[in-house]
Design a protein around this ligand. Structure first.
Ligand SMILES: NC(=O)c1ccc[n+]([C@@H]2O[C@H](COP(=O)([O-])OP(=O)(O)OC[C@H]3O[C@@H](n4cnc5c(N)ncnc54)[C@H](OP(=O)(O)O)[C@@H]3O)[C@@H](O)[C@H]2O)c1
Length: 242
């Protein structure tokens, strides 16, 4: 997928990895719809800004009515603070599932016909190595990411006929404010080099998309996927901490 001259839509582009996706896509010569629940927070020169809450069907439909030239959909937005499944707050567990699974699905259902009309194009879903392990303290998030992996694989099969390439970015740890806050609250100091910089992970993802890869993994995700051949295990945060 050639990004020069493409038209991309990024969800959750006001901060974190999504903001870096939008900036890097512009740098590669794409037109970019930088979308956010709070568009007033998007500060990306050259991007077209749209309000999109991926869990609000009217908002998703309104974006699809405007952004009819999209041929690359980057499903990055997610609520990540799900907490634990048994002891956590049910509303947070629902919110993490609503955004990661149903929100991503809503975007795909709204934009699949647009991608088809524009020649097939590509979808990139942002998953997590947590999908292939679990994380004590955030097992709800890990479960939602597992569901999003299944969703990604299903959609890939369904949209192959219309020529849409469906890819997954699967990072381990990315040094966004959200992850840094999580680490601080949990009293974790990560070892040097364990976290990816958000700009680096956006570049890795877009290199992979341009190369036609189906799954784009960093080292932690590569290890997590390999571990699926053995008994289920949780991510050992102590092993990546100082
Ligand atoms: N950081 C990591 O270590 C890491 C590792 C693996 C995977 N990931 C994945 O990478 C993606 C981005 O993570 P991040 O660390 O950049 O997160 P972040 O900094 O917390 O940003 C999350 C973004 O998603 C948006 N969002 C949340 N719910 C939304 C909704 N219903 N509709 C539209 N936008 C919504 C947020 O908007 P508001 O500003 O309005 O809240 C924000 O823009 C997520 O899918 C995450 O699971 C992150």
């Amino acid at each position: 997928m050639q990004l020069q001259g493409a038209t991309a839509l990024v969800t959750g582009a006001n901060r974190g990895i999504g903001q870096h996706f939008a900036v890097e896509l512009l740098r590669r010569g794409a037109k970019v719809y930088a979308t956010a629940r709070r568009p007033e927070l998007v500060d990306i020169p050259g991007a077209e800004v749209l309000r999109v809450d991926i869990t609000d069907p009217a908002s998703v439909d309104a974006a699809a009515a405007v952004a009819t030239d999209v041929d690359v959909l980057i499903n990055n937005a997610a609520f990540t603070a799900g907490g634990n499944l048994v002891s956590g707050e049910l509303h947070a567990i629902r919110e993490v599932m609503d955004s990661n699974y149903y929100g991503t699905l809503a975007m795909i259902r709204a934009f699949a016909p647009i991608l088809a009309r524009n020649g097939g194009g590509a979808i990139l879903n942002v998953l997590s190595a947590a999908a292939w392990t679990t994380v004590d303290g955030n097992t709800a998030y890990a479960a939602a990411k597992s569901a999003q992996w299944g969703l990604t694989n299903g959609v890939r099969v369904e949209l192959a006929g219309q020529g849409t390439h469906v890819a997954a970015l699967v990072p381990g740890l990315v040094a966004t404010e959200t992850l840094k806050d999580f680490a601080e609250n949990a009293g974790i100091v990560f070892r040097d080099g364990v976290m990816n910089e958000p700009a680096d992970i956006a570049r890795l993802a877009l290199d992979g998309l341009e190369a036609g890869q189906v799954e784009i993994l960093d080292q932690m995700a590569t290890d997590a996927k390999a571990s699926l051949a053995g008994p289920p295990r949780a991510l050992d945060l102590a092993a990546v901490a100082v």
